[in-house]
Design a protein around this ligand. Structure first.
Ligand code: CP
Ligand code: NVA
Length: 306
């Protein structure tokens, strides 16, 4: 049984194969070639304890286009929200459906769901990881740059779930990554360790620092994310003050390579983590990136449930 809980648990080959399949499925989608036989008769449950636009819609459409069925399960509307355990939820859902996508808080809850059921589990974001996002990001970078190995991605901002998964994902495909966060907001130590282990195998360089100017130097990709992730709303005022020097604006973009692309997982908050002229400007690829959630996740679904 294969799951997608954290990219560290997938080999570089598995990630590269998934990206290849994502590319093929995107080509078919764009050229009117249907692939609705691939998950015919399969059902996917989508459990959400947090809000979502992209993840929810792209998974629902992916299942439809692959010939399967999906059901949105708000954690508040199923018994999980009233205290039923992840373990009992996993065992029960395993009797009805063929896979679970879950967006929740603790990574350990997603791991428990995977361990206790007997169907594939896909992590649709936890406080510590966002692997589906990063697969779509890698697909996008490959489309724009023609390769992944040897490129440099600079992540500037909060050392959050997206940053953790980007570090691991980049390291797995041999891309160098430089992360710059304020002190006290670094990526988590476990993710740094996993990224460095992957990097040791692929030759990628993983750097964690505090200087955004240094991070973006010679970068092919400049990436940021919100300073206030879901669940941290009460810290907004404090964070905005601390993070202002980490804003991705024109001056910072000019320090990256001339042909650098700008990426953001979205939702974005203009004039906080990124200025409008950057995210709405010519270097931004954020909507191609959002679109690729559909194609990359289709590849994941086919790989795990096909
Ligand atoms: N990037 C991302 O996961 O977006 P949603 O929160 O809208 O799903
Ligand atoms: N870091 C953000 C990502 C949203 C897709 C959050 O967790 O809210």
């Amino acid at each position: 049984m294969k799951h997608l809980l954290c990219l560290s648990q997938w080999t570089s080959e598995e990630i590269n194969e998934t990206l290849k399949l994502a590319y093929k499925l995107k080509y078919e989608n764009k050229n009117g070639i249907r692939h609705n036989h691939l998950l015919k008769g399969k059902s996917l449950g989508l459990i959400f304890s947090k809000s979502s636009t992209r993840t929810r819609v792209s998974f629902e459409v992916a299942m439809y286009q692959l010939g399967g069925y999906s059901m949105f399960l708000s954690a508040n509307d199923i018994q999980l929200g009233r205290g039923e355990t992840f373990s009992d939820t996993a065992k029960t859902l395993s009797r009805y459906i063929d896979g679970i996508m879950i967006r929740t808080y603790k990574q350990s809850d997603v791991e428990e769901l995977a361990a206790c059921g007997n169907i594939p589990v896909i992590n649709g974001l936890t406080d510590s990881q966002h692997p589906c996002q990063v697969l779509a990001d890698l697909q996008t970078i490959k489309e724009y740059k023609g390769k992944l190995k040897g490129l440099k991605l600079a992540y500037v901002g909060d050392g959050n779930n997206v940053a953790n998964s980007l570090m691991i994902g980049c390291a797995k495909v041999g891309m160098n990554i430089s992360v710059a966060t304020p002190e006290g907001f670094e990526c988590d130590a476990q993710s740094v360790k996993l990224a460095k282990e992957a990097a040791a195998e692929t030759g990628a360089i993983v750097v964690n620092g505090y200087d955004p100017n240094e991070a973006v130097k010679d970068a092919d990709v400049v990436y940021t994310d919100t300073w206030v992730s879901m669940g941290m709303e009460s810290e907004k005022e404090k964070r905005v003050k601390i993070f202002m020097p980490y804003q991705v604006n024109k001056q910072l973009m000019q320090k990256a390579k001339d042909d650098a692309i700008f990426m953001h997982c979205l939702p974005a908050y203009r004039d906080y983590e990124v200025t409008a002229d950057v995210i709405d400007g010519p270097q931004s690829v954020v909507f191609d990136e959002a679109e690729n959630r559909l194609h990359a996740q289709k590849a994941v679904l086919v790989k795990l449930m096909g």
